[in-house]
Design a protein around this ligand. Structure first.
Ligand SMILES: *Cc1c(COP(=O)(O)O)cnc(C)c1O
Length: 421
């Protein structure tokens, strides 16, 4: 293999403790802030990036989220591991928008990412950077999609991976991780329990822990959602962002992205109101928001079929709460019983077969309209965070099979078209 030492245009300077504000060398493989165990965030030379990353330059670039390389951490080009992530379309689901009475409804189609979910953004960047800094074995606790993405990007980068999932993680995620050659460990517990096992594995082996916000770079990949939203909306941000929130990487990342874009002079100081949506079966952020708390207490008995937002306690809780408060947004718990109904409804209204997490966000919209949190004429960005088929725990009830015999086919017409469905 030809070794290329060609440098990217990354302007990464240091890592900063998200609470301690302590600064650390960014060119060492690091997990959390040694000062307080909280998240480390990447800081860039934004003045340096400003002259190079203009709208014209961006428009001329290809390469999905790597178009933003000045504001990404990878320094040597050959360490970029890509499967084609990012640059997803922003759709206007006309029939669904009409039914909901929200002409300005937009859905960012993140399920077209590699691995069928937006976890690809975070893992593309974090795996690339971890391998650049010397990691050879990566481990992640996951509700499902992060596991599939870690396995796929580790395979692409040529390093080993271990994924730890709750035993009831969606079948598609288990198969995806196995097919990509990961060690797959199913735990009789929740994602937070998987996090403890993943930490144990990383202490006992050479595996580097890639858990949400326990290393600095998945959020860097996720923040490209914010860059793209700005670009998609013609460099003026939407009025509100409605986001199905688990660990909160996407919200935290977009909020960071907007500040970076403003420093580059690409947008002004206006920000969308940021809303975190959770299921009422697991709503620690909503509860903390309503109580005015700085941190969220762990949610006991967490239960929702939307696996990606079944996160009883998030390390980035304070960052999520800070973002939604500063933005003038909020946090909404949707009844668990409405999520599956919205999945079928949105699909029939032509918005595609979306994952349950996205449908939790869609189900929040009528509630938000009613409470006056959003207005019908506003520009709203919702995220199709993963494909519907990735949420399926099992096959549907078997459908009748038609005999391969033309004599039996009139019966098909009678059953499918002449009886009431
Ligand atoms: C992980 C995940 C989420 C939650 O994303 P966070 O940024 O961790 O809050 C939402 N939807 C899907 C499909 C996911 O996989």
């Amino acid at each position: 293999m030809a070794f290329s030492s060609e440098r990217t245009a990354s302007t990464l300077v240091f890592l900063e403790g998200s609470r301690s504000k302590m600064q650390y060398d960014a060119d060492e493989l690091r997990g959390t802030d040694p000062a307080d165990g909280r998240t480390l965030l990447a800081r860039y030379d934004l003045d340096g990036a400003r002259s190079r990353l203009t709208k014209e330059v961006l428009a001329s670039r290809r390469g999905g989220l790597w178009r933003w390389e000045e504001l990404l951490p990878v320094r040597i080009r050959s360490f970029i591991t890509t499967l084609g992530e990012g640059a997803t379309p922003l759709l206007g689901p006309a029939r669904l928008a009409g039914k909901l009475g929200m002409a300005g409804l937009h859905i960012k189609a993140e399920s077209v990412n590699p691995t069928g979910s937006f976890k690809a953004r975070g893992m593309a960047v974090a795996v690339s950077r971890a391998v650049e800094l010397g990691a050879t074995h990566l481990v992640v606790p996951s509700a499902g999609n992060a596991a599939g993405a870690l396995a796929a990007y580790s395979a692409a980068a040529g390093v080993s991976s271990t994924v730890v999932m709750p035993a009831d993680a969606p079948a598609a995620n288990q198969q995806e991780a196995l097919a990509c050659g990961a060690r797959v460990i199913l735990l009789d517990g929740l994602i937070s329990d998987c996090g403890r096992l993943a930490r144990f594995i990383s202490e006992q082996t050479a595996a580097f822990d890639m858990a949400t916000l326990r290393e600095p770079y998945r959020v860097e990949g996720k923040k490209t959602l914010g860059f793209e939203i700005a670009e998609d909306f013609g460099w003026s941000l939407p009025d509100a962002v409605v986001y199905p929130t688990g660990g909160g990487t996407g919200l935290i990342g977009m909020w960071k992205a907007f500040d970076e874009l403003e420093a580059l002079g690409l947008i002004g100081s206006a920000r969308p109101r940021m809303y975190a949506v959770q299921s009422d079966g697991c709503a620690p952020i909503v509860r903390a928001f309503e109580e005015g708390a700085e941190f969220a207490n762990p949610w006991s008995g967490a239960a929702t079929r939307a696996a990606g937002i079944r996160v009883p306690s998030a390390l980035g809780d304070h960052l999520i709460l800070e973002c939604i408060r500063h933005s003038g947004g909020g946090a909404i718990a949707v009844p668990e019983t409405e999520i599956e109904g919205m999945q079928a409804y949105a699909a029939r209204q032509g918005a595609g077969y979306l994952c349950l997490e996205s449908c939790a966000a869609l189900a929040a919209l009528p509630m938000m309209l009613e409470r006056g949190l959003i207005r019908a004429d506003e520009r709203i960005a919702v995220f199709d965070t993963g494909a519907g088929f990735k949420s399926e725990p099992r096959a549907p009830d078997p459908l009748a099979v038609v005999p391969n015999d033309p004599n039996a086919w009139p019966e098909v017409i009678a059953r499918q078209y002449h009886s009431s469905r």
